[in-house]
Design a binder for this molecule. Structure first.
Ligand code: FVH
Length: 295
């Protein structure tokens, strides 16, 4: 037990010791929990054993060691493969799956767990490994609410806990929505750097302009959200007609400067479709409606 840590902390097993799983196990150890670890490649247990973790020879041994089993593998296909070897072992355990996946996978895994007598919580980690247990890390959870309340004090070692609902797919859905926002932002940032580089403007120099600009624009997101929730898309800020008229300037300039427009071409197509459908006076919020392909 590490010095100055509370005694009698509940035991937790961590399956999967990649970059993230290692950070999770270290956080549980840091909070004083007895931690059992297992990884497909056993060498990765070494640093955690040095910090006080107990190694398990098999995944089944790790599951047997603790009421709470936290899983963080590369994909949910990997997890399903592993679960197929644990059908006799999981009864009575709470499985917290922090592997990135889809809402449908989370629901299937929850159904599998219920069939095998286990409680299932799906999670979405909103942090990189270096942020785990720090002030800005949080994890979205969904699924078995009673099991979540039981184990929440232990899970709090990883970062803030955020419950999203008893539908096991909700954490993955919101995780992917948050990541979609992030990828959208970084896609634009990369396009901007690629463009200025064609005129030998260093990305580091241009980021001094780019970061405050994006931050200022992002502050408009709550207004977009209001329009989307209310269905009131008319705008006096920046209409789809204005955006559509300006957009060819991007694609032309990308071509002229010798960079690809592949990331931006779909945006032009969406703007064209919106205006064709009679939404010229609406703001960008209208595009969220056009992205909905299921009624
Ligand atoms: N790293 C990050 O910044 C992000 C932050 C948000 C959450 N993601 C998700 O976390 C999952 C794990 O990511 P990771 O960064 O730990 O990934 P790796 O370092 O590549 O570790 C992968 C672990 O998965 C094990 N593994 C792979 N295939 C199998 C398999 N068929 N059976 C059992 N285990 C498997 C691998 O084992 P090994 O290669 O060491 O033997 C690692 O333990 C992921 O969903 C992210 O999207 C991270």
């Amino acid at each position: 037990m590490p010095a100055n840590k509370p005694a009698n902390q509940s035991a937790v097993s961590v399956l999967g010791l990649g970059m993230m799983g290692t950070a999770l196990a270290a956080a549980f150890l840091g909070a004083g929990h007895p931690v059992t670890v297992w990884n497909r490649s056993p060498a990765k247990t070494g640093p955690l054993i040095a910090q006080g973790a107990l190694p398990a020879d098999t995944a089944a041994d790790a599951v047997a060691a603790s009421p709470l089993v936290v899983v963080c593998l590369l994909t949910n296909d990997n997890f399903e493969e592993l679960l197929a070897t644990l059908t006799e072992d999981v009864a009575g355990r709470t499985l917290v799956n922090l592997t990135n996946g889809t809402p449908a996978q989370a629901r299937e895994l929850a159904a599998w767990a219920a069939e095998h007598g286990a409680q299932y919580i799906d999670g979405g980690i909103m942090a990189v490994p270096q942020m785990i247990a720090g002030p800005h890390a949080y994890v979205l959870y969904s699924g078995d609410e009673q099991a979540y309340e039981t184990h929440r004090p232990t899970l709090a070692a990883l970062g803030a806990t955020r419950w999203t609902g008893t539908d096991p797919g909700l954490a993955a859905l919101q995780d992917l929505a948050l990541l979609a926002g992030m990828y959208g932002m970084f896609t634009g940032v990369l396009q901007a750097f690629a463009l200025v580089r064609t005129e030998n403007i260093p990305a580091t120099e241009f980021s001094e302009l780019l970061v405050p600009w994006i931050s200022a624009m992002l502050s408009g997101a709550p207004e977009l959200a209001k329009a989307i929730d209310s269905g009131q898309h008319l705008t006096d800020v920046s209409s789809l007609a204005v955006n559509q008229a300006a957009f060819p300037n991007f694609l032309t300039t990308f071509r002229d400067q010798g960079i690809s427009g592949e990331l931006f071409e779909p945006i032009q197509a969406l703007l064209d479709r919106a205006v064709d459908q009679g939404h010229a006076a609406d703001g960008l919020s209208r595009l969220a409606d056009l992205l909905t392909v299921r009624s």
